[in-house]
Design a protein. Structure first.
Length: 195
């Protein structure tokens, strides 16, 4: 064995600075890229979680809207059926009144029957919050409660006051359903002084 061909095992090889720097740079680049990829994956997972939350919130809102609409419709139907149930006795009285009207000998009896039924209906509706808007002649015209269907000159009733009520109005609680139709005074009639 020749000593020239064999290299000692303990002998260190000379360092190559370029090779060593390349190896550490790759390791550093691998750590940076790995961290960025992990950060991207985390951001994508967060984005997906937010999308899922948003979709659930939109679905919950849509379900809420449907439920509220259904409950509102059910409430409206319940109120309507309650009013109709309350009016059924008045309808029965109309039918009885019509039967008696055919046999009645005077119109006064028929008129009393209809007056009773109208009073009954008004009481039922008043219990539900309905009130009449029925101004008296001489009351001041209120455009929030009254509808002027005409103007007339009047020496007795002041300008912008009601002369007569053509049709009563109705108000349900605080909501005006129909204004009262009235004729309003335009003040005293003008006299022709030239004649």
């Amino acid at each position: 064995m020749s000593s020239d061909t064999e290299k000692p095992v303990n002998e260190e090889q000379p360092e190559n600075p370029e090779v060593e720097n390349t190896d550490t740079t790759e390791v550093a680049d691998d750590d940076g890229v790995g961290a960025l990829l992990a950060q991207i994956e985390q951001l994508q997972a967060d984005l997906q979680a937010q999308k899922d939350k948003t979709l659930r919130a939109v679905a919950d809102l849509d379900n809420y809207r449907r439920r509220v609409a259904r409950e509102k419709d059910d409430l409206r139907k319940a109120v309507e059926s309650g009013v109709i149930e309350d009016l059924l006795p008045a309808i029965d009285n109309f039918q009885i009144g019509l039967e008696h009207a055919a046999k009645a000998q005077s119109g006064a009896d028929v008129a009393k029957g209809f007056e009773f039924i109208v009073t009954q209906i008004n009481q039922i509706l008043e219990q539900r919050g309905l009130t009449q808007v029925a101004p008296a002649p001489g009351d001041e015209f209120d455009h929030h409660q009254h509808e002027a269907v005409g103007h007339e000159a009047s020496d007795e009733i002041a300008d912008h006051h009601i002369i007569k009520v053509m049709r009563v109005g109705y108000q349900l609680n605080d909501r005006l359903l129909r204004p009262a139709s009235v004729v309003v005074s335009s003040g005293p009639a003008e006299t022709n002084e030239d004649a």
